[in-house]
Design a protein around this ligand. Structure first.
Ligand SMILES: NC(=O)c1ccc[n+]([C@@H]2O[C@H](COP(=O)([O-])OP(=O)(O)OC[C@H]3O[C@@H](n4cnc5c(N)ncnc54)[C@H](OP(=O)(O)O)[C@@H]3O)[C@@H](O)[C@H]2O)c1
Length: 359
């Protein structure tokens, strides 16, 4: 039996490829004992350094890492252990079904890694019902965890995977530092006022009410305290009506958010016939509006029991909620950059051709 602290300090998302040593140190000082990293984040060496310098006993920490993209699981975990400077992790996750060529074979390998003591428990991330079904067909040891994103806006959409996890004793972990404001702000603010806590703490209570482990992050010591203070609140702080009101508001969907204009086509119009010095090029950007969502939110800590044993159900993991969500913001930004680069290249090409023709 492995116990997992129900709030984790994450070192992915905004921290990917960054030196997070200071923030992990702050998190450990503040009281976080569960650290979440991944080979893909490239933050493991910094997490390892912070652990090493903390002087904390390894057994007092819960360390989660996740496999790298298309790297054999064994190599990935061994590499992670070396970077973290530890003999074992507490939880090793398949980051995404895209990260492994064969879901069933991957799970058999995960079981071997657990057997060898390189990880105390094994799980998955971003798995949908069909991926878990395939996994369970061959599993001698059930996935302990499925880490998927969760917020009130995707709760309804994610119910099938949440329910499936609950039915099979799989703990849901929710990276939910942020969520789009909008309809859910009203019931969240009302509950915050009644309880005399912050909206972030309310959303963490909501996640806890759904039975999910929270994976959060911040660079701020104040926010770390705010997140951890949720541990001191009774798990039943939110009434059924308040939870239902948040669910209901979330089911209406997130707000559209501000609209960003994204250039998608650059058309170069040359106005002929003109003498060489009067050449000019008119560039027309055709733009399309793209919804842009801002996210935000917070966390707490309590303990639930997870079992890696196929025969044991997870008694403490009732009422889970979760939802996988990619980051639309980042995708849009990448899209914008690519389109801008293509546009600039296109324009420069046209200008050069024209100059060649006119000279
Ligand atoms: N398995 C997966 O696929 C997956 C996916 C995503 C994330 N994760 C894990 O989950 C962790 C958390 O990820 P995330 O995507 O939720 O976090 P994130 O986007 O990386 O960072 C959260 C941000 O929210 C800000 N924030 C916190 N409270 C706020 C508030 N009340 N108002 C405004 N801003 C606020 C923080 O800013 P400050 O620093 O200024 O406080 C921080 O920059 C990751 O580090 C990673 O470990 C896993």
């Amino acid at each position: 039996m492995v116990y997992i602290p129900t709030i984790a300090f994450g070192t992915g998302s905004k921290w990917k490829w960054h030196d997070v040593t200071t923030y992990v140190q702050l998190a450990l000082e503040s009281g976080f004992s569960h650290l979440d990293t991944a080979a893909f984040y490239e933050t493991e060496p910094f997490v390892g350094r912070a652990i090493n310098e903390s002087g904390l006993s390894r057994k007092d920490l819960f360390l989660t890492t996740k496999c790298g993209l298309m790297i054999p699981l064994r190599n990935s975990l061994k590499d992670s252990l070396e970077k973290l400077g530890v003999e074992y992790v507490d939880l090793f996750l398949i980051y995404n079904h895209f990260f492994v060529p064969d879901i069933k074979e991957a799970w058999k390998e995960m079981e071997k890694l657990k057997e060898e003591g390189l990880t105390r428990s094994i799980g998955v991330s971003n798995y949908e019902v069909k991926h878990l079904r395939d996994t369970l067909k061959v599993a001698k040891v059930k996935p302990a965890v499925n880490q998927i994103s969760l917020n009130p806006y995707n709760y309804a959409e994610m119910r099938p995977i949440i329910d499936y996890c609950q039915e099979n004793g799989i703990v849901v972990e929710a990276p939910i530092t942020t969520y789009p404001g909008g309809p859910v702000d009203i019931p969240i603010t009302a509950a915050a006022l009644r309880l005399g806590i912050t909206p972030t703490q309310v959303i963490f209570l909501w996640v806890r009410a759904k039975g999910a482990v929270i994976v959060t992050t911040t660079s701020s010591k104040e926010r770390m305290k705010e997140y951890l203070a949720v541990n001191d609140l009774p798990p039943t702080s939110l009434t059924h009506e308040e939870i239902a009101a948040i669910d209901h508001a979330g089911a209406n969907g997130p707000p559209p958010g501000p609209v960003h204009l994204v250039p998608v086509v650059a058309v170069v119009v040359v106005v002929p016939p003109l003498p060489p010095l009067a050449d000019f090029v008119v560039v027309v950007f055709v733009v399309v509006p793209v919804p842009f969502q801002r996210r935000r939110c917070g966390f707490g800590r309590r303990k639930i029991t997870i079992s890696n044993d196929t025969d044991n159900d997870n008694a403490n993991n009732k009422n889970n909620t979760n939802a996988p969500s990619s980051s639309p913001t980042k995708l849009i930004l990448v899209g914008v950059i690519i389109i801008l680069l293509l546009s600039i290249t296109f324009i420069l090409g046209i200008v050069l051709v024209l100059m060649g023709l006119l000279c």
